[in-house]
Design a protein around this ligand. Structure first.
Ligand SMILES: *Cc1c(COP(=O)(O)O)cnc(C)c1O
Length: 263
C-alpha cells in the first residue's frame, strides 16, 4: 500500500525482460496518476483515522503491461472483475501481486478462483453463505488464507449484488461460519459496497456508505470483530474515506477510461 517509486526503480531493470512492459511514456503517466491518487487518499485519511488506507488499483480491461508499469514502481494491490481475465493475468504476471477479485461472483466460478490463482489476496464480492461454504470446501491450507469481504447491497438497487441491508440474518450466519473452526482457510476481513451513482454525485454525506458503517457497527458489536470497510471508487473515494473507508478501489483515475467490455 505504498507510494510508487523510491528504491523500486533500482530493481526495475532486473524484472524488465520477462514480463510485458509498457512504454516509458505510459509508465510515467501511470505512476504519476497513481501517486496523485495515493497522495490524496493518504492526506484525507490522515485527518480521519490513525492508519493508512489501502489503495487497490483496479486494472480490469487494461493490459498486463499497464499493471507492470505500476508494479515496477512498487505497487502490489490490483483489482480485477472478470474471472477469466484475472486467471490469464495472474499466470503471466509476478506471483507477489496481491489480487483482489471485485467482480460479480457467480457460483460456478468460485472453483476457478480457488484453484487457478495462487496469489489471490482477497475476494471482495462474497454475497452468500452458500458461496462462502463452497469456497471453503475447495481450500486445503496449501496456500495462504483468502481474505473475504462480504458485499452489502446498501443502495437496494436490483442490479447490484450483495447481502440484504434490511434483513441481516444471512450476513450474521455467514460471519459466524467464517469465524468458526470449520473455516480455517478464509479470513473475514471486512464489508464492501458499491455506492449508487446518485449518492456518489450528491456531494453530501453518502447514505450508502453510511449504511455500510452502521452495519459494521452492528456486526462488530455482535461478533467482537473490527471489520475493514471497502468503499469508494474514482468518483467517490474522497467522501468514502471521510466516512471511514479503509480500502478504496480506483480504476479510471489511474488507468484512464476503459474500453467497453467485449471489444
Ligand atoms: C470497476 C470497479 C471499480 C473502479 O471503478 P472506477 O470508477 O474506474 O474507479 C471499483 N470497484 C468495483 C467493484 C468495480 O467494478
Amino acid at each position: 500500500m505504498s507510494k510508487a517509486g523510491g528504491f523500486h526503480h533500482i530493481i526495475r531493470r532486473l524484472s524488465m525482460s520477462t514480463y510485458p512492459q509498457p512504454t516509458a511514456e505510459r509508465a510515467n503517466e501511470l505512476v504519476a496518476n497513481y501517486n496523485r491518487c495515493y497522495d490524496l487518499v493518504q492526506s484525507i485519511a490522515k485527518q480521519y483515522r490513525p492508519s493508512p488506507v489501502r489503495l487497490v488499483a483496479v486494472s480490469k480491461l487494461k493490459p498486463s503491461s499497464d499493471i507492470m508499469g505500476l508494479y515496477n514502481a512498487g505497487v502490489r494491490h490490483f483489482g480485477e472483475n472478470y474471472v477469466q481475465e484475472l486467471i490469464s493475468k495472474s499466470k503471466e504476471l509476478p506471483k507477489d501481486i496481491c489480487w483482489h477479485f471485485i467482480g460479480g461472483l457467480q457460483s460456478g466460478k468460485v472453483k476457478d478462483l480457488a484453484k487457478h490463482i495462487d496469489n489471490i489476496w482477497a475476494i471482495e464480492t462474497m454475497d452468500s453463505l452458500k458461496k462462502c461454504k463452497k469456497l471453503a470446501s475447495l481450500l486445503d491450507g496449501s496456500r495462504a488464507p483468502i481474505n473475504i469481504y462480504l458485499q452489502i447491497n446498501t443502495s437496494g438497487e436490483d442490479q447490484k449484488s450483495g447481502f440484504s441491508k434490511d434483513d441481516l440474518q444471512e450476513l450474521f450466519d455467514t460471519v459466524e461460519f467464517l469465524k468458526s473452526d470449520d473455516c480455517k482457510h478464509l479470513n473475514l476481513k471486512g464489508l464492501m459496497t458499491i455506492g449508487s451513482f446518485a449518492e456518489s454525485t450528491s456531494g453530501d454525506e453518502n447514505q450508502d456508505f453510511r449504511c455500510l458503517v452502521d452495519i459494521k457497527a452492528i456486526v462488530d458489536e455482535k461478533f467482537k470483530t473490527n471489520l475493514e470497510l471497502s468503499m469508494g471508487m474514482s468518483s467517490d473515494y474522497e467522501q468514502a474515506i471521510k466516512q471511514g473507508s479503509t480500502n478504496v478501489r480506483i480504476g479510471s483515475s489511474i488507468f484512464g477510461a476503459r474500453p467497453p467490455k467485449g471489444t
